[in-house]
Write a protein that binds this ligand. Structure first.
Ligand SMILES: NC(=O)c1ccc[n+]([C@@H]2O[C@H](COP(=O)([O-])OP(=O)(O)OC[C@H]3O[C@@H](n4cnc5c(N)ncnc54)[C@H](O)[C@@H]3O)[C@@H](O)[C@H]2O)c1
Length: 366
């Protein structure tokens, strides 16, 4: 089962290819690449597994870049910083990369975000191709052109919008992905359903087991559905002036939890799972949604073996302080993505601190 979708942005439309055997397929790369210089950026878990095959495919692709180097970054969120981006810029300089050069991001969302950011900065923007190797990156981070790095003060505070030239999602790469990382990716899949696709939520309830055992058809269906949904949102609101913010359902709580726990302690998807439940409970508390929907979300997350409780001893005041730095906030007040039930999200303006603290308190925050 394969699928090809498109992100239909006027000047920069690009394909998303989903299937098996794409990494070693010279034709795939021939279609995606242009220019004579390419830098493969990966991390030290992924590079040994997949970089040799990619280099081999590039060597066989007619017209592919003749000058190709590989840069391997240390893996993990703790390394998603300006230092890593700077290493990529140094490598591009060393390669002699001009405006027609291309960065190939081979890895999960961390590599994709940093490599895309460096590509956005080098000579004010060169091509980059996303080759996502985690489920999270296939269903979410590789699509839509948000690139960036973390700052000690918060997640993704430094960044740029820069659309990739292509997204190539090869399901074969998921074979080596640890179970915990697979489940973290499923959190973003659930998020898509929560935001705007109640039917998909029902589909997830019936296919949770198939996804957990990595059934190819179920995974392809879920990836394609998430990418199609996200592509539609990005086409309508590339720069997040409105609707795109809804993709952050659960993320204001999630980012704060992830930062507060220390980057790398809670995986991004795990923090989002807890964050979605907190947002759902807050929506219930504000009378926007009924408790039964939050209950269904809780059950689905548990079935997917995702965390549903904040880490013991989470400092609620510290969490709220971190939430204040969220990019969606305006004029010092909290703006949160809340829901009216499964499949219907909206932005809530000026959410009252006390209600948030109440929900955090009930969730075990001290
Ligand atoms: N740009 C966006 O729109 C967007 C959207 C959602 C999330 N994100 C970002 O994505 C990041 C999370 O991405 P992630 O969950 O992919 O994390 P990640 O990139 O850290 O990958 C998770 C771990 O799995 C390893 N790995 C990756 N692919 C593997 C494979 N095929 N086999 C074995 N190991 C593999 C990595 O080395 C890493 O240790 C966060 O920084 C988050 O902020 C960005």
């Amino acid at each position: 089962m394969t699928a090809t979708l498109e992100v239909g942005l006027a000047a920069r439309r690009y394909p998303i290819r989903i299937g098996n055997g794409l990494l070693g397929d010279a034709q795939t790369w021939r279609a995606a690449l242009r220019g004579t210089h390419a830098l493969i950026v990966s991390d030290d878990n992924v590079a040994p597994l997949y970089a040799p095959q990619l280099r081999d495919a590039l060597a066989r692709a007619p017209g592919a870049p003749v000058h190709c180097e590989t840069l391997v970054l240390p893996a993990g969120e703790a390394h998603k910083n300006l230092d890593a981006a700077s290493k990529i810029l140094d490598a591009l300089a060393q390669l002699g990369a001009t405006r027609d050069a291309c960065v190939l991001a081979l890895g999960g969302g961390v590599v994709g975000d940093i490599a895309g950011f460096a590509a956005a900065c080098w000579m004010r923007g060169i091509d980059f191709i996303q080759f996502p190797t985690t489920l999270l990156a296939m269903v979410d981070s590789s699509v839509g052109g948000k690139t960036g790095v973390d700052h000690a003060a918060g997640k993704n505070l430094i960044g740029a919008f820069h659309q990739p030239r292509a997204v190539i999602a090869d399901l074969d790469a998921l074979a080596t992905l640890p179970d915990r990382e697979l489940r973290a990716g499923l959190a973003e899949v659930v998020k898509t359903a929560c935001i705007g696709d109640a039917d998909f939520f029902g589909w997830l309830e019936t296919h949770a087991d198939a996804l957990l055992v990595r059934d190819t058809d179920a995974l392809t269906h879920a990836i394609a559905r998430c990418c199609r949904f996200k592509a539609g949102v990005v086409e309508r609101d590339e720069r997040e002036t409105g609707e795109r913010a809804l993709l952050n359902f659960g993320h204001t709580f999630g980012h704060a939890l992830e930062t507060e726990a220390g980057y790398g302690t809670l995986l991004h998807g795990e923090a989002v799972a807890i964050g979605m439940l907190l947002a759902a409970r807050l929506s219930t508390q504000l009378g926007m949604a009924n408790a039964a929907d939050a209950g269904r979300l809780h059950v689905l997350l548990e079935r997917l073996a995702l965390p549903t409780a904040m880490p013991a001893g989470t400092d609620a005041d510290a969490l709220l302080a971190r939430m204040r730095l969220d990019k969606k906030n305006r004029a010092g007040t909290l703006r949160l993505v809340l829901w009216r039930g499964i499949g219907r999200t909206e932005i809530a303006e000026r959410v009252d601190d006390r209600t948030v603290m109440d929900v955090l308190g009930k969730a075990g925050g001290r």
